[in-house]
Design a protein around this ligand. Sequence first.
Ligand code: AMP
Length: 440
Amino acid sequence: MSQKKTNQKTSLVKSRFQIPRGMKDILPEEMPYWQWVFEKAKNLLEYYGFSRVETPILEKADLFYKGTGKQSDLVKKEMYLLKTKESGEILALRPEGTLPIARVYCQYGLFNKPQPVKLYYFGPFFRHEKPQLGRYREFYQLGWEIIGENSPVLDAQIINIGYNFLEEIGFKNKEILIYLNSLGCEKCQNNYLTALKKYYRPKLKKVCSNCRERYQKNPLRMLDCKDEKCLKIKKEAPSPLDFLCSDCKNHFQMVLDYLDSLKIDYYLDKNLVRGLDYYTRTVFEFNIKNHDSKMAIGGGGRYDGLLKSISRIDKPALGMAFGVERVIEALKERKISIPKKEPEIFLIQIGQPAKKEALRLIEVLRKNNIEVRENLAKENVKNQLEIANRLGVKYCLILGQEEINEGMVIFKDMTSGIQENLPIEGIEEFLKRRLKINNQ
Ligand code: AMP
């Protein structure tokens, strides 16, 4: 017998179909975290006037090529591509959320609406990366974008909302780390890149092969390298901050002033560039103290030139996104518990007529917003009481043959063990009073 059980177990583990590498199932035990994070974000973002949009998982690959430049790792190495049968068009599983939102803004003429337009999204994204803890091939992002205005107060507000989101879901303000930098406008970036290349040229033998390639094709990305030997060299590299024109300098100074006035602490990270090529001016990342420093839980910035690169619309914009898996991993690391909704009533039934009555009663309770758990398939009272105890409910309703005949139901207080016989008719009113009293 025990041999049979073991075999069954093994066959489950070795089930023919396993989840693809780097993807993640969200099981019921995990789901409360996801709902908690989403509900908090939704309330917060809608308070600040953001509207939710969802775009398809598939987009034309060209959107990402045009928007991020063909040299970024994101489009060069990490995009999942597929060819449509009828036209041979190349589509991509969306690797990020800003470009689809920018497309929506242009495609539906949102530039004709009062500006800025504030949008948020929550959904899966795909990057063909080497999977490890905190880095997946499918991951969820919660992001928000403000399109149509270039005032630095918006840069501060976007960061402020990110900060408030982390506080709302349970992190303490001292645990929240914000790293900030400014890349300047296109002109500042061109001057900076010349200086950066000059700095790296004599050191090319000492950097990794990826960085040598980046030096030729996309030098800014060298600052993104996490290779130990490159990190050392990066430390002394010139900073984009030293190449800001006076407009960009003022813009950044004002962002810092607004953050100071909100009493939000931040660190200046003079070589923060982020992984995507479209950023201009402010860039930032969020992390949690003692969480893996190489795995920012969120980040974003301004992308004033992005819309122009994919359309004829030239509007400034900015946004940010949190990686939901990393946020939840950090919540768990910190042992931050989230409120769980526990059922308060369990309905026990014995015999077929009681099952019929139970089915009817559940509907009455549902229409009265009274949550009830049951296990209708079970026959025996002891079994059902055990389940009720495991669930930790406060009360049980018990329906047996005798109760059905008399139009009654037993109400059992699980803490005191006291039982009362009550008429089924109107039991919902009694329960509402009882639950309300206890919820006060
Ligand atoms: P990005 O779109 O690269 O600016 O990333 C924004 C956030 O998404 C990051 O700070 C991470 O929290 C999350 N993220 C990005 N790539 C991954 C990945 N491969 N796996 C898990 N989370 C990711």
